[in-house]
Design a protein around this ligand. Structure first.
Ligand code: COS
Length: 384
């Protein structure tokens, strides 16, 4: 639901200008230095981009899901590393606190996340627990009015920059599956936390992931999200339902950017005495990409509106994530094809996007996990 179309349009216009004028010209620099420049981070803070989704009472903009995906369509048009830097505060790093945290936890952490004073990271994945998230082994053992956390989390986005981690850990080792898991807010300065070396990724330079190792990390019982044991897995799943819609929207934006670049190239590049956009085989690739982007955009908007209406969107978020991210890879592949040899060298952004967007089909649940969720929900509904 868009609350005020006019205000929203002003925000979208300012984000579009920021992307076009401040971010796109710095993409190469980010790819080369593997860092988001500090002046860009500070502009993002000034624009309120760290707190887009955090309610106004905690200092954020409190955007609805429909507003959020519209913003993500714009932010998706540049290197995903920029979005990644603000992404955890707006998504997987804050939503657990927002949805299931106590009033005190919200009041303590959300204002700092909204302002960008601190970053947050979501610690679910482990070396031996990826798609099978409920098999995680990190433990949080009660010790008086504290918990002792031990375990290793893997591929944690923004870990080297995080001020807090939301950590899924097993509080009841007797229960092997989801019900033994609880969620905690762990401050990064707590003794016993080590951040591993940054992962050397295929793409998305400037977005940092690393291991987070917890060695007898002692946190007060007030760090337990919602002060409620055994519901941490459900918190994580709810967080991902929302996160997946956001990633789907980012994938739409990235595909639009690749198509814009490909169309421009096709109209400029001449072969056989004519721009290659005159050739029907090139036109077919442009048209297929256009139609698929349009379909994904419609799916994302529909799922976002349903969520704003208070409906469960587990199925729709997975459908949108699966379709939009697979679509984005196809569009990027066609983009390289349209650019020909030029698409394989780094003079053109399409080469970088081709690698960057590959991650969309993996994180926040692989395409195959989305298929599992969609089909399971279908079977469950049919059985009822
Ligand atoms: N919202 C709320 N609750 C949910 C939920 C959702 N979207 N999905 C599952 N749950 C609940 C279930 O209802 C169940 O609770 P009850 O036993 O009380 O009914 C509990 O959580 C366990 O669910 P389920 O039995 O479906 O768990 P599984 O172990 O079978 O795993 C999948 C489910 C595969 C969907 C899950 O492990 C998953 O999403 N894996 C991918 C993880 C991922 O995306 N990782 C990316 C890294 S994070 S960036």
């Amino acid at each position: 639901m868009i609350r005020d179309q006019e205000t929203m349009q002003i925000l979208l216009d300012s984000i579009r200008s920021f992307v076009n004028e401040a971010l796109i010209p710095r993409e190469e620099e980010v790819a080369e230095t593997d860092e988001i420049p500090e002046d860009i981070v500070s502009q993002m803070r000034d624009m309120g981009l760290f707190g887009l989704t955090i309610p106004e009472e905690f200092g954020g903009l409190g955007v609805t899901m429909e507003e959020e995906v519209n913003i993500a369509f714009e932010l998706g048009r540049t290197s995903p590393a920029f979005r990644s830097f603000i992404g955890t505060n707006n998504g997987i790093g804050s939503i657990g606190i927002l949805l299931d945290g106590t009033e005190e936890q919200k009041a303590t952490y959300l204002p700092k996340l909204a302002s960008g004073e601190i970053l947050s990271s979501f610690c679910l994945t482990e070396p031996d627990s990826g798609s099978d998230a409920a098999s995680l082994r990190t433990t949080a053992v009660r010790d008086g009015d504290h918990y002792l956390i031990n375990g290793t989390k893997r591929y944690i986005t923004n870990a080297p920059h995080a001020g807090i981690f939301t950590v899924m850990a097993r509080t009841d080792p007797e229960i092997k599956g989801a019900k033994g898991i609880s969620a905690f807010i762990v401050e990064a300065t707590t003794p016993g936390i080590t951040i591993g070396k940054c992962d050397k990724k295929m793409g998305q330079k400037g977005a940092h992931t690393a291991d987070v190792i917890f060695d007898n990390v002692r946190v007060p019982s007030s760090a337990l999200i919602g002060e409620n044991e055994g519901v941490g897995f459900k918190t994580a799943m709810k967080v991902l339902d929302k996160g997946r819609l956001h990633i789907a929207a980012i994938a739409v934006g990235a595909a639009e950017r690749v198509l814009e670049d490909s169309l421009r190239y096709a109209m400029e590049r001449k072969q056989f005495g004519r721009p290659i956009s005159d050739f029907q085989l090139i036109q077919a690739m442009l048209a297929d990409s256009k139609a698929e982007i349009y379909a994904a955009r419609c799916m994302v908007l529909d799922a976002a509106r349903r969520r704003d209406d208070g409906l469960s969107v587990s199925t729709e978020a997975s459908c949108a994530k699966m379709f939009a991210t697979e679509m984005c890879s196809r569009v990027a592949d066609r983009g390289v094809q349209i650019h020909g040899g030029a698409g394989y060298v780094s003079d053109y952004a399409v080469e970088r996007f081709y690698r960057d967007v590959r991650l969309f089909r993996l994180y926040e649940g692989t395409t195959q996990i989305q298929q599992v969720i969609i089909s399971r929900n279908m079977i469950r509904e049919a059985q009822q």
